[in-house]
Design a protein around this ligand. Structure first.
Ligand code: 6PG
Length: 249
């Protein structure tokens, strides 16, 4: 377990630090291997970080030509829908930077069957990373948000996604265990072993409603009801947290 816990007094400092850390890691990976494979997080929290990557000075320092963009999770809505994680990243960053469409690998959502969407992305990752099925893709960076219920990416508590050990991508229905999930749609998500195999994981969480889940991740003793995000403790790579003071107690 290699945790780096950064806590910021205000959100603008948090987003600037996260954006600078992405650029630094991308430059390091490109210098070492010639490429940077990132899986973007959805939700609202990373929006401002993405926006900073699309403007000066960071937009000029980011090695866009060597960057391949994937997604950690997606909502089962059309990609042009405002609730789509891709749509959020597109508006905040992707459409403003020098990325060709061949460098962006969206999670498909057009199939009515969410499991088929997950299978398609699972197959795409296998083709892209050319690994045997008993191994997991070596993302340079997986970005992931955490929910108040302790979910990470779209691995929601009580769903089979939590215990998935073979697949790289799966689907889940968060409403099966929590009818109050917003937006109330099924999800497609990378699985725990994919997060745990990444070189780096950046976790962004702000606000008091995330504090209980974060405390469960950091607790040295196993909490009575461990949050799903506690799977971060079994990451092979470095997990860097970007938290505001309210998310820490
Ligand atoms: C989703 C999101 C989800 C998100 C967290 C945090 O599809 O629901 O990707 O996993 O990252 O719920 O969301 P916020 O950043 O909006 O708080």
């Amino acid at each position: 377990m290699n945790f780096i816990k950064n806590v910021y007094a205000d959100e603008s400092a948090l987003h600037l630090a996260a954006a600078e850390a992405i650029v630094a890691l991308a430059c390091h990976c490109v210098a070492a291997t010639g490429r940077f494979n990132i899986a973007l997080a959805g939700g609202n929290t990373p929006r401002q970080t993405y926006a900073l990557l699309a403007v000066a000075p960071l937009v000029r320092r980011m090695p866009w030509a060597q960057t391949r963009v994937y997604f950690s999770d997606e909502r089962h809505v059309p990609l042009e829908h405002p609730d789509s994680n891709y749509h959020m990243a597109l508006e905040a960053m992707l459409k403003r930077v020098s990325l060709r469409s061949e460098q962006i690998f969206t999670i498909p959502t057009e199939h009515d069957d969410v499991a088929a969407c997950a299978e398609w992305y699972n197959d795409l990752l296998h083709v892209r990373f050319q690994r045997r099925t008993d191994r997991f893709p070596p993302f340079d960076l997986v970005m992931a948000g955490v929910g108040p219920d302790g979910h990470i990416a779209s691995i929601f508590p009580g769903t089979p996604a939590v215990t998935e050990k073979q697949l790289w991508v799966t689907s889940c229905d968060p409403l099966s265990t929590n009818p109050k999930v917003v937006p109330p749609v099924k999800r497609i998500t990378i699985t725990p072993p994919v997060i745990q195999n990444a070189g780096h994981v950046f976790v962004m969480a702000t606000g008091a409603e995330k504090a209980q889940a974060m405390a469960g991740v950091f607790a040295s003793a196993e909490p009575l009801r461990p949050p799903v995000a506690r799977l971060l403790r079994r990451c092979n790579g470095t997990v860097t947290f970007f938290l505001d003071a309210k998310a820490v107690r």
